[in-house]
Each structure stands twice: as C-alpha cells, then as structure tokens.
Design a protein around this ligand. Sequence first.
Ligand SMILES: NC(=O)c1ccc[n+]([C@@H]2O[C@H](COP(=O)([O-])OP(=O)(O)OC[C@H]3O[C@@H](n4cnc5c(N)ncnc54)[C@H](O)[C@@H]3O)[C@@H](O)[C@H]2O)c1
Length: 317
Amino acid sequence: MKVLVSGGAGFIGSHVADRLLGAGHEVVILDDLSTGHVEQLPAGARFYQMDVHSPWLDELFTIERPEAVVHQAAQASVRRSVEDPVFDASVNLLGTAALLQASVQHGVRRFLFASTGGAIYGDTDLVPTPEDAPALPVSPYGASKLAAEVYLRTFHALHGLSYAALRYANVYGPRQDPHGEAGVVAIFTQRLLRGEKARINGDGKQTRDFVYVGDVADANARALTSDQVGAFNVGTGVETDINRIFALLRQLTRSDRPEEHGPPLAGEQRRSVVDPRKIETLLGWHPQTSLEAGLSATVQYFREAPAIRPAVPAPPA
Ligand SMILES: NC(=O)c1ccc[n+]([C@@H]2O[C@H](COP(=O)([O-])OP(=O)(O)OC[C@H]3O[C@@H](n4cnc5c(N)ncnc54)[C@H](O)[C@@H]3O)[C@@H](O)[C@H]2O)c1
C-alpha cells in the first residue's frame, strides 16, 4: 500500500515509517523538520519538506496519490500549547483538518491519527483508563487532540473515511529528543550517561504507562491494514513510577549518581495508565517489549548516536 506518513522525521513517525517499509509498503514522508531530523528519515522513503498546512498539500496528494495517511506530525509540547494555544490549534487541529480534507478529495482509504492517552483523559480515578472514560483534557494540547478526534469521527460520518485514533501512553525509545519537554526516559538516559544530575520531580511516586516505540510502530502497522474504526489506547496497562525508571536507568548506564529529588511539578498528574484491552481484542496488538529490554535498547542508542546527539562514551564496567 502507498502510505503518506506525516511527521516521519520525528521520534515516533520515523519508527512507524521504518516499520511500514519493512512490511513492504511504499512510504512517502511529509515533515517540516520543526522538531524532526533529516538523519532519521528512512532511506527507502520519498521525502517532502512541507507543513501539514501547506497550500501545496493538494499538489502532493495529486502527485503521490497515497492510499492511506498515517498522521504523526504535531505540535507535541504540552507546555508550548499552554503558552501559545493558537499555534497549537493551528498545527494540531487545522493541520489535521487540512490532511483530512485532502484525504477525502483524493480517495484515501484509511487514516491513522497519533492521539494521546494521558492528555485526553486528564486527571481521572479510573485507572487503567479505558477509551470510553470521560475525556477531560487540562491543556490546549489535550483539547486539540480531542477536537481532532471529533473531526475524524465527523469525516467518517460525512464521507465514510475509515480511521483509527491511536491514543499513545508515554512512548519512549531510541531517537527520542532528550531536550526541552522530552520524555523522562530520554532526559534521564542522556544525563546519566554524561554523568550529570538527573533530578526527579517531587517524591517520584507519580506513575506513567511506558510503552516502547517499536511496539507503537507495530500498533500503527496493524491499524493500517485493519478496518476497525474508532479510538484505541496504545499502552501496556502497567503503572511504573519515576523512581523505578531512575533506578533501572542508573543500573543500565552504570551511573553512580544518587537519587535526587526536586520540588513537585505544579499540576502534574499523579497517575496515568491506559487500558489496552480494546486494541488487544480488536487488532490483536500486544506490547512485546519489556520495560527492561526497551530501556536497555534506549541506553544503547544514546551511547552510539553521534550523528544526532553528542557521543557519550561507555563508562568502564
Ligand atoms: N512521545 C509521546 O510520548 C507521545 C504521546 C502521545 C502522543 N504523541 C503524539 O505522537 C506524535 C509524534 O510525536 P513525537 O514524540 O514523535 O514528536 P516529534 O516532535 O519527534 O515528531 C513530530 C514530527 O512532526 C513534525 N512536524 C511538526 N509540526 C509539523 C507541521 N506543521 N508540518 C509538518 N510536520 C510537522 C516535526 O518536524 C517532527 O518530525 C505526535 O502527534 C504527538 O502528539 C506522542
């Protein structure tokens, strides 16, 4: 199948593109490189440096004629969405609407959307959280992702466009950006490898559902060839606290940094874990990578990725 992957130069999108190429699909990537990296583009994909909102979008669809769209591109920072909700909505909502419009105009058969578990459900006592739990986002980022899901439902009702919104939990793994508002795994890994302080916010007992990026790519590959429509959580259903992440990474990086705690982050969610039973039942997807194996692959990547990140030598055993 010919698939247009938006955001394919980014962390998750590049793994999705790799997986789709490996499964024999033809892949075309659209990315404006605002947070993505050329070095992460898979060799077998054609690349267009373009905004999802570009006036050339129609031209791209006319030239490439994709049969499916896998939409990973986004303004993915919660903090930036709070500072600039208009920019967030312009990328995450208007950009998605533009891709949806081009998709129906050019006969796309399947549309996948990178949605979010944590930011859509907000603070909830229902853990692990199922897809039909109330959506109560507490950030413009969560609101724009939820609004984009409503657009997907509307385009399905109006034009029959088949779609799946994949609500990712906390994705981690190789190629995650350790700068700015990144995932805790990437930040801690890079800091510990450099012998720097990796400070835990608050008591570190806040929990998250850590899902390995390779498993997320696999969920996309399965959803692409399925005709199941709707929202699907993509997570492990397992809660892991930040203290455990620190302890595992400390061991894997062979760091001797003591556990250090800072003040708690204002408004930080205490627990966040999604219920993956729907995707397991309807798409046969199960996370395959244990936390230990995924963290180990991540540490290995950060040691050996001089092209994108400064090389970090392994400490003596
Ligand atoms: N990382 C996570 O834990 C997580 C969790 C839930 C949802 N998501 C979602 O998964 C998707 C991928 O996230 P990521 O962590 O890989 O982030 P990322 O920043 O690494 O990837 C986003 C990619 O989109 C591109 N992009 C951004 N704005 C664009 C625009 N206007 N036009 C074209 N390209 C644009 C960037 O250059 C980048 O390559 C996003 O939609 C994000 O909201 C991520």
